[in-house]
Design a protein around this ligand. Structure first.
Ligand SMILES: NC(=O)c1ccc[n+]([C@@H]2O[C@H](COP(=O)([O-])OP(=O)(O)OC[C@H]3O[C@@H](n4cnc5c(N)ncnc54)[C@H](O)[C@@H]3O)[C@@H](O)[C@H]2O)c1
Ligand SMILES: O=C(O)C(=O)C[C@@H](O)[C@H](O)[C@H](O)COP(=O)(O)O
Ligand SMILES: [Zn+2]
Length: 363
């Protein structure tokens, strides 16, 4: 049975269908309503780490009369490949999955990115529901409809905007999350703090140790605040024609680091370094005050996120950043801050500025 949950609406403007993000506990009772009466088949996509959860969900849905299958994916970034997507398409084809059938993605951001992408591409788009099980998935990846996979050339280079029909954030799922993965998700929470909601930073600074734990005093509030930031932005600009770019704060460098590390770094850890870089870039460009730039290091370090990356990799990172989705032709574009919660775009920064900002994160 569903316990009382916080409901955050996303979309519903500019021709997009509205949907809700629920945050609470024991939310799976909401699934049948979201799946809808038209579905006969349901595919539950889950990572290896959540094999038991995926199978339990499949059994539950089968007990409710659906023709339910579970598709196990590799853990983490290994699932975001064309091969894994093709494996899922094959399973859906063999099950006779039609346009009224539904995909449920249960897992972290990598799983929901892949599940959403499979939903976007199967029969040119079927309904899907996100059940994020990591902090990062709840506050960011599962919300907003960006779905996709990586290619050899870079991160998330193939994908589609395909919003879910609903997002169920069951906070109990976080109890089994390894601490490194938990903390990685805090990078996106802190990002939401810097770009839009500084109360998030105050909450973390008041108890950094508590922020690292699912039973911390502010866990639900931190997650809900970060979701509200994301919901507001994607509701105004689903397809990233402008405003949505602010959610990419720290990501230009982060994606290059992830690729350079063959995805052995967690996304949030790379975003942490990427935000320190972006803050330095803002400071060097004369946009950001010293105190706010320094606050990045302090708050990220206080929860155990990294601030530096190997200094000898700059030429490779620069090359990768050129295929960032915010680039236009030969122009690199970065999100920087004009001040706390004042994100803006920095176009074609001088190479010397980039190098100087890089020197501040080089280990
Ligand atoms: N679409 C978007 O808007 C968006 C936003 C932010 C990030 N992302 C993407 O999200 C991905 C990162 O997501 P993530 O940080 O959630 O990592 P992840 O999905 O790689 O999960 C991390 C690890 O935790 C395991 N796991 C997941 N839930 C668990 C649980 N409850 N208990 C135990 N283990 C669990 C996973 O199997 C994996 O091994 C990246 O690919 C990033 O690009 C997408
Ligand atoms: O939702 C968005 O928009 C974001 O930029 C959120 C990011 O945290 C996320 O990592 C996203 O997947 C990056 O998008 P990309 O378009 O740069 O691949
Ligand atoms: Zn991100």
């Amino acid at each position: 049975m569903t316990e009382q949950a916080t409901r955050i609406q996303v979309g519903g403007t500019a021709g997009t269908d509205p949907y809700e993000v629920l945050v609470g506990r024991r939310l799976l009772g909401e699934l049948p309503g979201l799946i809808g009466a038209a579905a006969k088949r349901v595919a539950v996509l889950h990572p290896e780490a959540l094999a038991a959860t995926g199978e339990a969900l499949r059994e539950d849905l089968a007990g409710q009369g659906y023709d339910a299958i579970a598709i196990q994916l590799p853990n983490a970034e290994e699932s975001k490949t064309a091969e894994v997507a093709a494996y899922c398409w094959k399973a859906l084809g063999q099950t006779g999955f039609t346009r009224t059938d539904v995909i449920v993605g249960v897992g972290g951001g990598a799983t929901t990115d892949l599940a959403g992408f499979v939903a976007a591409t199967w029969l040119r788009g079927v309904r899907w529901i996100a059940v994020p099980t990591t902090v990062l998935g709840m506050v960011d990846a599962a919300v907003g409809g960006k779905t996709g996979i990586n290619t050899a050339e870079g991160k998330n280079l193939v994908g589609a905007f395909h919003p879910p029909a609903g997002v169920l954030c069951d906070l109990a799922a976080l109890d089994s999350l390894p601490v490194n993965d938990y903390v990685s998700g805090l990078a996106e929470v802190i990002k939401a703090g810097f770009i839009a909601d500084p109360a998030i930073l105050d909450l973390i600074e008041s108890d950094p140790e508590g922020a690292r734990r699912p039973d911390g005093p502010h866990t639900a509030e931190l997650i809900e605040r970060a979701i509200r930031v994301k919901a507001e932005v994607v509701s105004a600009d689903l397809k990233e024609s402008g405003l949505r770019e602010i959610l990419n704060y720290g990501h230009t460098l982060a994606h290059a680091i992830e690729k350079n590390e063959r995805y052995n770094w967690r996304h949030g850890a790379a975003v942490s370094v990427g935000m320190v870089f972006a803050a330095e870039l803002g400071r060097i460009a004369g946009r950001l005050d010293d105190a706010t730039a320094d606050r990045h290091r302090a708050v990220l370090a206080s929860v155990g996120l990294p601030l530096t990356y190997r200094g000898d990799q700059w030429p490779k990172l620069l090359e990768t950043m050129k295929v960032d989705k915010k680039s236009r032709g030969d122009r690199l574009r970065f999100i920087v801050l004009d001040g706390l919660a004042k994100p803006t775009v920095l176009e074609s920064p001088d190479p010397a500025m980039l190098l100087a900002a890089h020197a501040e994160i080089a280990a």
